[in-house]
Design a protein around this ligand. Structure first.
Ligand code: ADP
Ligand code: MG
Length: 685
């Protein structure tokens, strides 16, 4: 039913509602409270709990203006010998006068610890002399709203929607499979929705938020199923065009395997089998290869590239940073040029002349593997016959960017996509955030790697750390010193790295110190990296630009400054730069005291585990899915009522149901529409 059919809803209001994705009366019923407030009871002043919101009442004892960084109005309230301060930062004269001693006041707000005891800052309040205002008779739902649409109005609209439903005797369609409803004894859809909009009395708002009683489970399951369905749709969409089946010869592939100085690990062999059988099908591959740092993903990428080239197709290798792209350029050229493969380099910072040459080689098909950054999908780039794209650290790229690259396939064709990530994604999260991709996991490191020894150190130990660098370098080892983001501005960040490099080269004046950061020209960066790789530079001072992909096996000591400021996954990535050679490696996480309890716990996780999946799982618990997934968060946590962490254990069952729904396109469409509205495309692809 159209929104404007509701009494009092005109085009202007309908437009505001549309901003929230509310386009029909049914949508209003599915617009669920994000939380609840309890205005049904008064909390006595002696029983206040900091950081909770509550309704309180008392008598005004006094009020005064207080000077701090700015003037504030402080009203003290008392009740049976207990007191509470109420503070206003914005106020006007009449307001000041209205708080006369002895009057009764009732407030609703959050209790916070203040300079002189507990306070409520800017509560909602009413003053009264004799007759106390009535209490609410149910929990107050708090709805997401938008500018110009008050909470009260939203509540009214939702009530109106229910009224309309009852009046017209309409029913909401049940879309959950019957067996789930019986198995978990779920209430009807309508009852579930009503209970969430208007929870019965005596419910604790926090419990309502954090627990999943049957009424809520009913909706959580629906939403998760809808979410899974959009992901499988996205996958169908990826595969709606044909792709070349790479079944022909495997000459290059075989020669490449023969030249490798090592044997593939069992995990690499298994993953290569998975990739290879995808490539042999006339449908686009959409596969993500996950593997901890150093697990050897690049070899898989190179094998896939060989298979494509054996079948006459071009391969694009896309990396998020120049350093990483250069690393791939180095590996691919080193491995495949001796076998006669033409590897081409393309980045935004290339000189016009060389860029023209690259573009020509890409267009006439001479370039077989094209490696680069964002430049790879610019409009000016025309591929002769692009058949495979390999995207490294794909979470760094947006949906739109990946799409632009896919558009480079020959007209009417799809592409094989191999995306690689060293960010270990816990299984449950992967299922819901990347359900549109097939997954392969390289869950084994090449033999002979020694676990990195990690230590957490107070910044005050700096002199000893410097001494340690001195010792390491004098025995021919190489060292990384990482300066993470200390300032929000990139300029300042790079200056900080610069200063550190200057300081360290004074303190370690017999060492060759190199510096890389994001503001250096790509030539300078490449030069320094090459000098580090060759062993000439002994100590490399860098910002987090070296986080991914850089491979210098002789570097086996890493110092990370201000480690408390970085995410665990990022620290784990950085640490993965060492531990690549035969010698024992060490990583020193230096922190600036004082370290919070959470900060200590996080660094301890790294100290105790070298396993990226363990680190990621813990990180997920500590920080939540949005942070862990980075750019995917919009899609991953755009959930109204389900919570990926809390409800993760339902995902296997949900995905089973979603699979069965694939043969009921009408029901699927309705579910998707109900829960994701028009946002489905962005949520999934
Ligand atoms: P990542 O998964 O982090 O991208 P790389 O592909 O860069 O890892 O591999 C890390 C290092 O391990 C490289 O020096 C690579 O040549 C080497 N390597 C890869 N596979 C094996 C293997 N099966 N045995 C020994 N070394 C290997
Ligand atoms: Mg890599």
């Amino acid at each position: 039913m159209n929104m404007t059919q509701l009494t009092g809803v005109g085009p202007a209001l309908a437009a505001k509602l549309a901003k929230l994705g509310l386009n029909s009366v049914e949508d209003l019923l599915f617009h669920l409270p994000s939380r609840y407030q309890d205005r049904t009871r008064l909390v006595p002043l002696h029983a206040l709990v900091p950081h909770t919101s509550c309704l309180i009442e008392g008598q005004i004892a006094n009020s005064s203006l207080q000077r701090g960084r700015r003037v504030s109005l402080k009203v003290n309230i008392s009740q049976n010998g207990a007191t509470l301060g109420v503070r206003f930062m914005h106020f006007h004269g009449n307001q000041t006068k209205s708080f006369t001693k002895g009057r009764n006041i009732r407030c609703f707000g959050e209790i916070r610890p203040g300079p002189q005891g507990l306070e409520m800052v800017h509560p909602e309040y009413v003053l009264f002399d004799e007759v106390a205002p009535t209490l609410a008779d149910q929990l107050t739902p708090i709805y997401p709203t938008t500018q110009g649409l008050s909470l009260t109005r939203m509540g009214q609209l939702i009530a109106l929607a229910w009224h309309e439903l009852d009046q017209k005797n309409l029913r909401l369609e049940e879309l959950l499979p019957r067996h789930l409803i019986t198995q978990y004894q779920l209430p009807s859809l309508e009852d579930s929705l009503r209970q969430l909009h208007y929870p019965s009395l005596n419910q604790n708002p926090d419990e309502l938020q954090n627990q999943v009683p049957p009424a809520k489970l009913r909706l959580v399951l629906e939403e998760l199923i809808a979410h899974q369905l959009t992901l499988s749709r996205a996958k169908q969409h990826h595969q709606s065009l044909p792709a070349p089946a790479f079944t022909n010869n495997q000459k290059l592939e075989q020669s490449f395997i023969k030249t490798l100085p090592f044997q593939l690990t069992n995990a690499q062999q298994r993953v290569w089998q998975e990739v290879s059988s995808d490539l042999a099908r006339p449908l686009p591959m959409v596969r993500m290869v996950q593997g901890d740092v150093g697990s050897g993903k690049t070899v898989i990428a190179a094998l896939a590239a060989c298979r494509a080239i054996d079948n006459g197709a071009q391969v694009a290798v896309l990396a998020p940073t120049e350093i990483l792209a250069e690393q791939h350029l180095h590996n691919f050229s080193h491995w495949l040029e001796p076998l006669g493969v033409n590897v081409i380099w393309l980045t935004g910072k290339q000189k016009a002349q060389t860029k023209r040459q690259s573009l020509a080689a890409i267009a006439n098909g001479e370039g077989q593997i094209i490696i680069g950054t964002h430049a790879l999908f610019q409009t000016a780039v025309n591929y002769q016959y692009l058949g495979l794209v390999i995207i490294d650290e794909q979470h760094r790229f947006g949906v739109a960017q990946r799409h632009r690259l896919i558009q480079k396939a020959p007209k009417g064709n799809g592409l094989h996509q191999l995306v690689m990530t060293a960010t270990p994604i816990p299984r449950t999260l992967a299922m819901s955030a990347y359900g549109d991709l097939d997954h392969s996991v390289i869950d084994e490191l090449p033999p002979g790697r020694k676990p990195i020894n990690s230590v957490v150190l107070n910044n005050l130990k700096r002199p000893e750390v410097i001494e340690r660098i001195h010792r390491a370098c004098s025995t021919g080892q190489q060292v990384y010193w990482i300066c993470p983001l200390i300032e929000t501005s990139e300029v300042l960040q790079c200056e900080a790295a610069q200063d550190t490099a200057t300081l360290l080269s004074q303190q370690l004046d017999n060492l060759v110190v190199g510096l890389v950061h994001g503001r250096l020209s790509s030539l300078d960066k490449a030069n320094t990296m090459a000098r580090f790789k060759s062993g000439e530079v002994q100590l490399l001072v860098a910002t987090t630009v070296v986080e991914v992909g850089v491979d210098v096996p002789n570097a086996n000591l890493m110092v990370i400054d201000n480690a408390e400021r970085l995410g665990l996954a990022q620290l784990h990535q950085l640490r993965g730069r060492v531990g690549r050679g035969q010698a024992q490696s060490h990583c020193l996480f230096m922190y600036q005291a004082p370290l919070s309890k959470m900060g200590r716990e996080r660094l301890d996780i790294l100290r105790q585990s070298n396993d990226g999946f363990v680190v990621a799982e813990k990180d997920l618990q500590l920080r939540g899915p949005g942070e862990v997934l980075g750019t995917r968060q919009a899609g991953a946590v755009g959930l109204k009522i389900a919570d990926l962490l809390r409800d993760a254990h339902w995902l296997p069952e949900v995905s089973e149901v979603a699979k069965r729904y694939a043969s009921h396109p009408q029901i699927s469409a309705k579910l998707i529409h109900r829960w994701l509205g028009d946002n489905q495309y962005f949520a999934a692809v």
